[in-house]
Write a protein of this length. Structure first.
Length: 385
């Protein structure tokens, strides 16, 4: 099998004139990223970002554990490594915003903000200041050589949804070496070269807290205020721990029993501290076929949406692409009309747009259209997953 570092001697020699700083997290993806670049002939430097300084629930500093794995990998593939700290920048530019959104009753996605404000802004700037020609990360995505953002080859791992707010002028100087690989191939490479992270479990959860009880974590910063679970009719069916812990479409962790269909969150009234629920994953109150969005970010800063444009879109990570028509509402708002109803469109989550495999950009959902319940309209058999 041809490998991504099977380059001509001339290409490797040309690469050798360039310094690449790799953002290393202590995971298998960034480890293999560094290995591939080294094999391709680049001058590679591993750099670990410390964004969070709190101990986990077991009193262990997670950043120290991850950095230890970075050191093992860098020493194995014989590249220099460093650690940089952006704790203040992270708290000011990502975490503070994250808390404000939760206080307002929304469910923010800090990974998108982290990519825009930390990884591809302050970290990118630091890499350039240190003399790097290029930055590289272990994201499952690609560029086409012109700074356009392209989906990763592994459709189940594609991360363009989280990168839509990174601009083309930055992407022109970024490499995504594993973007053309399947996750299984990345694991295989790590095992073949006996990297310390080869069998390491993929990290999940919020980007800065890792795998810990999210409700317990959030309770440290937001006072929990118990309230009522209500049906749309107003009937009280239980008590909740606080509006901040629930999001539209949520099924798990509600603590509502019964033998019928599962309960789902439909929405919230933050002022009255009410979480609305109903039974059934096809309840018509959970579906709508349009939304409006603001805070528009196009990957190409020169891109202008003038006329209605038929595209594909996602309203959540790992959702299949959904056919839609996108229109401008004034200078800074979008209207998105979907061909089929969409489930649990959530305010302050992102809608991200695609033209084929190219990610054009995205925007922040400000309002969902009337639900099928509000319109007293029957839900069709085919709906967005």
């Amino acid at each position: 099998m041809s490998k991504s570092w099977d380059l001509s001697p001339e290409q490797k020699q040309a690469n050798g004139q360039k310094t690449v700083i790799v953002g290393m997290s202590g995971g298998v993806d960034s480890s293999v990223t560094a290995l591939i670049l080294k094999k391709q002939g680049y001058k590679v430097i591993g750099m670990f970002m410390k964004n969070w300084e709190e101990e986990d629930e077991n009193g262990v500093c997670q950043a120290s554990k991850e950095y230890a794995d970075v050191v093992k990998v860098c020493e194995k593939i014989d590249i220099p490594y460093y650690s940089v700290e952006f704790v203040k920048e992270y708290r000011d530019n990502v975490f503070a915003h994250f808390l404000e959104e939760y206080k307002a009753g929304y469910t923010p996605n800090p990974d998108i903000l982290c990519n825009r404000e930390i990884k591809f802004k302050v970290f990118y700037q630091k890499a350039r200041e240190l003399g790097a020609d290029l930055l590289a990360t272990g994201h499952y995505c690609q560029t086409d050589g012109e700074g356009n953002l392209i989906k990763g080859a592994d459709q189940g791992k594609d991360q363009t949804y989280f990168l839509y707010a990174v601009k083309k002028p930055v992407l022109e100087n970024v490499l995504f070496p594993i973007g053309g690989l399947q996750k299984s191939e990345v694991r295989a490479i790590a095992h073949e070269y006996d990297l310390a992270t080869a069998a390491k479990k993929d990290s999940t959860g919020i980007c800065f807290i890792g795998e810990r009880n999210f409700k317990n974590f959030l309770s440290q910063y937001l006072p929990a205020k118990a309230g009522e679970f209500q049906l749309l009719s107003g009937e009280v069916v239980g008590r909740h721990d606080g509006c901040a812990f629930y999001t539209p479409g949520q099924r798990k962790g509600l603590g509502l029993g019964g033998q019928d269909e599962p309960w789902f969150v439909l929405g919230k009234d933050v002022q009255k501290n009410i979480v609305f629920v109903e039974r059934g994953e096809r309840h018509p109150a959970m579906f709508c076929d349009e939304l409006s969005a603001t805070e528009i970010d196009w990957v190409d800063p020169d891109f202008k949406l003038k006329d209605d444009l038929r595209l594909k879109a996602k309203v959540r990570y790992r959702q299949a692409d959904q056919d839609c028509v996108v229109s401008m509402l004034g200078d800074d708002r979008l209207l998105v009309k979907f061909d089929i109803p969409q489930r649990a469109v959530t305010i302050r989550q992102s809608v991200v747009f695609y033209d084929g495999d190219r990610c054009l950009g995205g925007a922040m959902i400000e309002a969902a259209g009337e639900s099928y319940f509000e319109r007293n309209k029957e839900l069709p058999q085919t709906v967005g997953n």
